[in-house]
Design a protein around this ligand. Sequence first.
Ligand SMILES: O=C(O)CCC(=O)C(=O)O
Ligand SMILES: [Fe+2]
Length: 230
Amino acid sequence: MISRVPLLSASQCDELVSQLSPLPWASGLAPGKLYRQKVKGNEEIAFQMGQQTAPADALMRQITQAIMESSFIRTRMFPKSLVNPRFNRYREGGFYGKHADSAFLGNGQQQVRSDYSLTLFLNDPDDYEGGELELAFASGEVMKLKEPKGTLLFYPSGVMHQVLPVERGERIAFVGWVESHIQNPQHRDVLSEITKLCDYMMDDPELALTEHHTRALNVKHNLFRLWWKN
Ligand SMILES: O=C(O)CCC(=O)C(=O)O
Ligand SMILES: [Fe+2]
């Protein structure tokens, strides 16, 4: 299952892109990992903790904060942490071939499980041809996605995917990975639904804090007790 969240306005995206464009972009190929040439043909600015890419770090922090604070995301994905934020740029010919994201990301103490992969589109589909994010689900379903700027797309990290070659223009995106407090996706859906139910009841003066509502709240809290992992 994928989710789309409008996260940034068009003008916020334009501003971001104008700040990012002049920064030094590195080849997406990590040194010593030339085997990745087979799949990776893009450029990136990764989070460097205050080295020469510090301006990009500040932008990545702002985006990460907006994602972690979004109520849509908090009540559906129960995010614990977002790791390996980076900006990806695909110029003409740029691509990222079919691959599987690693189950564990981050470094040393901060190793986290990737439950969701995310792409925040920073420029519009009209700005480039090709460059679709293609998701190939285990069911056989294939989705080709190109979202308007400012839209954040979440997809399960276990889905094979690729970015098809850009044939004209360039595609700029922010990407990152989220570990959820709730490991099982079905549990996440149940918790999201019961949270919605309790919220609806709270907003209805006839139902708020009735016996029905209180029992629904009890079930909700007990399910969180069962499934929440810090
Ligand atoms: O650029 C994108 O939208 C996805 C990039 C990607 O799949 C990755 O960095 O693992
Ligand atoms: Fe990926």
